[in-house]
Design a protein around this ligand. Structure first.
Ligand SMILES: Nc1nc2c(c(=O)[nH]1)N[C@@H](CN(C=O)c1ccc(C(=O)N[C@@H](CCC(=O)O)C(=O)O)cc1)CN2
Length: 283
């Protein structure tokens, strides 16, 4: 079975549009992008388009490639203090000169719709999440939509990044899976992967996962954004080689990516609701 993230995201966005209309709220998202990376610019454009579609206002701050950490911090602080802004998203990766940790830490937790701030990661770890990072939360939504059970299942997450691998592992744990996190220093990686009922690959290597790494009938989730030798977008998984072997699999494109954006919209609406419910504080 192909897990059609594009179709699920369309359904979720339509539902969200109705909820926003009914709420009478006008949530607003601010994006911050530094530099001219074409991929990042495309993703930010996609986010603004999704905002428009569901009835979320959006503003975009564009800073030059040579902007300093202080300049980015200034922009974030201004957005933190702007009562008309509910959600703030700093597009990653930032240029290597910029101290990404300082920037993420500067975003007000109640506006951190990316869920990357230590406060929100801590809430997730405590099992009381407010904003979970969009890609792993979007994957959990796919499981829910397709009725893929997690309870008691062996889940293997390959990758330990703050934005995907770690929060993915915690979300699966919170959903009663038995979770193993693998990374570049893992011994006998293939054997670990072959043990998985649910395999999530966030490695960043084109077509890295072949059928020999996948248990027959497993659910395979591909978080990779890579390009093959022909320059064509592809995931971490060799889709054609693995699809007959897996019980369920996400494609790239059309799998996890669109869910990242739909979840960002849902988080932004939650931020607007939190403000009305909790007088602008989640701390
Ligand atoms: N601040 C953040 N930065 C980044 C995040 C994030 O969640 N927050 N995630 C990724 C990039 N990303 C969103 O920013 C993202 C990547 C891919 C897609 C997507 O829908 N891709 C399409 C294909 C689009 C194409 O033609 O290239 C698909 O997979 O079908 C959406 C969002 C890193 N940075």
């Amino acid at each position: 079975m192909i897990l059609d993230g594009k179709a699920v995201s369309e359904k979720r966005l339509e539902l969200l549009k109705e909820k926003i209309e009914e709420s009478g709220l006008y949530p607003r998202l601010a994006t911050v992008i530094v530099g001219e990376d074409p991929g990042s610019k495309l993703y930010v454009r996609m986010k603004h388009r999704a905002c428009e579609r569901v009835g979320i206002g959006s503003v975009g701050i564009e800073l030059p490639e040579d902007a300093s950490t202080e300049r980015v911090l200034e922009a974030v602080t201004r957005l933190n203090n702007d009562p008309d802004i509910n959600g703030i998203l700093v597009q990653l990766p930032l240029p290597s000169r910029i101290d990404t940790t300082r920037i993420i830490d500067a975003v007000a937790p109640e506006k951190d719709v990316d869920g990357f701030h230590p406060y929100n990661l801590g809430r997730l770890l405590a099992g009381t999440p407010v904003f979970a990072p969009c890609t792993p939360q979007g994957i959990m939504t796919i499981f829910g939509e397709y009725g893929i059970p997690t309870e008691g299942r062996r889940a293997v997450v390959v990758g330990r990044s703050i934005d995907v691998g770690r929060p993915m592992a915690v979300l699966l744990l919170n959903a009663d899976a038995t979770v193993t996190v693998c990374h570049s220093k893992t011994r006998n990686l293939e054997a670990e992967m072959r043990n998985a009922d649910i395999l999530v690959s966030a490695v960043g290597r084109a077509k890295f996962v072949g059928p020999e790494m996948v248990k027959e009938g497993a659910t395979v989730i591909d978080v990779g954004i890579n390009y093959d030798e022909q320059g064509k977008l592809c995931g971490d998984v060799d889709f054609e080689a693995v699809r007959g072997h897996a019980g369920a699999i996400t494609p790239v494109p059309g799998g996890v990516g669109p869910m990242t954006i739909a979840t960002l919209m849902e988080n932004t609406f939650r931020a607007a609701n939190l403000r009305t419910c909790f007088n602008n504080t989640v701390r």
